[in-house]
Design a protein around this ligand. Structure first.
Ligand code: 5AD
Ligand code: SF4
Length: 457
């Protein structure tokens, strides 16, 4: 604790493992604690309150949680007054069992419990020995108090906004419907209000987040506004320069949504569309409800609207029963679509999922070999996609100073082009840029997954 005059300032540290939705939840908790007068610190050893927000989609983040809590255990021995909280999907999955394994943990919160974390921490500070569990799924989207964005968003050009919680799809391999619960759409007026506040506070780019944004509004919590209508409304907010969304499920993507890429000027030309596998046999077992032909039709339509649209994806190798031919089908699809980039994973069994009971399992060694072949191919495709930008002129939104200094005498910044690729660029000697500025850059060099360029007038 700091002695700030008479007042003791509580210091907190948040560790986040996992997807953008977890990052978004952690950011909200951080802003709320700052609003309450607590101070964020960058290392756990300086903190009075340590929160870890975790993901359990794959095994790896779960393992990271255990090693993190192991470190905290030894810290706790020296400083038994620290307050430790565990949240997110792993907390939801393990529940209060976390207390048996790690008795020093005083707060466990699931995804629907995030909204109550700040008040719960206040109670834990006041009441020694108290433990709080926020694991219940709510029967509605639990709205959060909006923090005073105007005070907090200085130097923040981009923001993520949750538009829904949970998922109803139950893909055979996926734990999300169990850890994040059924799909619950957030009321559109609350989303719009939050977006307006952010833009008013200086944010230039908004990404709408959900496990399956295409089915926004289609659950019983929907308020009659579809995802297409929501995008139109957010796009209309004056001052919003860039709009993005993620993640889309191919089975729910409509022609109307695709057409928006040709209509809404601030909707960025990039889409994350998880394919998972290029084999119809595996897609069926996964319960994805589309086949490769359906997927290719969507890609065709997207490219007809904008031939340069950036398409990224998620891929799993080694799903139970995946044959050499199934895997080759995935490679074939990657080439046909020409993915600009992809996230790829070795299949891992997750508790309670249908796939965890499916046989035969694929040996780790084979999964590893397939993953490295797939990633090698992706590298070629990504290079090819980047090469297409050589000598092109792109609009870049500034994110900060670039660490890739490539001219001793001139400042170099980094930012993103509309397709979301990072661009490092030089500016004329007397030019100073701010985060969120949009500048015109000519790409003149491409090196190992990085784009380099120069501001032009
Ligand atoms: N094994 C491997 N990858 C998985 N994903 C989800 N569940 C699993 C699993 N059990 C991947 C999918 C999903 C991404 C977020 O994580 O590709 O799109
Ligand atoms: Fe998981 Fe499938 Fe839902 Fe995505 S759509 S979160 S993969 S169940």
């Amino acid at each position: 604790m700091d002695q700030g005059g008479d007042q003791e300032v509580m210091k907190f540290f948040i560790q986040t493992f996992g997807c953008q939705m977890n990052v978004c939840d952690s950011t909200w908790i951080e802003m709320s604690l700052v609003k309450k007068g607590y101070r964020r610190v960058n290392v756990e050893t300086d903190a009075d309150i340590i929160l870890v927000n975790t993901c359990s989609v794959r095994k790896k983040p779960e393992e990271k949680l255990y090693s993190f809590l192991g470190r905290i255990a030894s810290l706790y021995k020296k400083r038994p007054y620290i307050i430790v909280g565990v949240g997110g999907c792993v907390a939801q999955q393990l529940g209060e069992k976390i207390w048996e394994k790690f008795p020093f943990v005083r707060l466990v919160f699931g995804t629907d419990g995030v909204a109550s974390v700040p008040q719960s921490i206040e109670r834990l500070i006041k009441e020694d020995g108290l433990k709080i569990s926020l694991l219940n799924f709510m029967d509605y989207y639990p709205e959060r108090n909006l923090p005073p964005y105007k005070d907090i968003t200085k130097n923040m050009a981009s923001a993520y906004i949750n538009i829904m919680q949970g998922c109803d799809n139950f893909c055979a391999y996926c734990i999300v419907p169990y850890t994040r619960g059924r799909q619950k759409s957030r009321h559109s007026s609350n989303i719009i209000k939050e977006c307006e506040m952010l833009v008013d506070a200086g944010v230039k780019e908004i990404t709408l987040l959900g496990q399956n944004v295409n089915s926004y509004g289609m659950d019983k919590y929907g308020d009659g506004v579809s995802f297409v209508e929501l995008l139109r409304k957010v796009s209309n907010i004056k001052g919003l320069k860039r709009l993005r969304f993620t993640t889309s499920h191919p089975k729910d993507i409509s022609d109307e949504l695709i057409s928006l890429f040709g209509i809404l000027e601030n909707l960025c030309p990039s889409i994350h569309l998880p394919l998972q596998s290029g084999s119809n046999n595996i897609l069926k077992k996964m319960g994805r409800k589309y086949n490769k032909e359906d997927y290719l039709k969507i890609i065709d339509k997207l490219k007809k609207i904008n031939k340069d649209i950036v398409i990224t994806t998620d891929l799993i190798v080694g799903f139970p029963g995946e044959t050499e031919q199934d895997f080759k089908d995935t490679l074939e699809m990657m080439k046909l679509v020409g993915f600009d980039s992809s996230f790829s994973f070795k299949y891992s069994d997750r508790p309670n999922t249908r796939a965890s009971k499916m046989m035969p399992k694929i040996q780790e060694k084979i999964k590893g070999e397939r993953l490295s072949i797939l990633q090698g191919l992706q590298e070629e495709l990504t290079n090819h996609s980047m090469e297409r930008l050589k000598d092109k002129i792109v609009e870049v939104m500034v994110e900060g100073i670039s660490t890739k200094q490539f001219n001793k005498n001139r400042l170099s910044y980094k930012g993103r082009e509309p397709g979301n690729r990072i661009v490092n660029f030089l500016v004329p000697q007397n030019m100073k840029l701010n985060i969120g500025d949009i500048v015109t850059v000519k790409i003149n060099k491409i090196k190992k997954h990085s784009l380099f360029g120069e501001v032009i007038y």
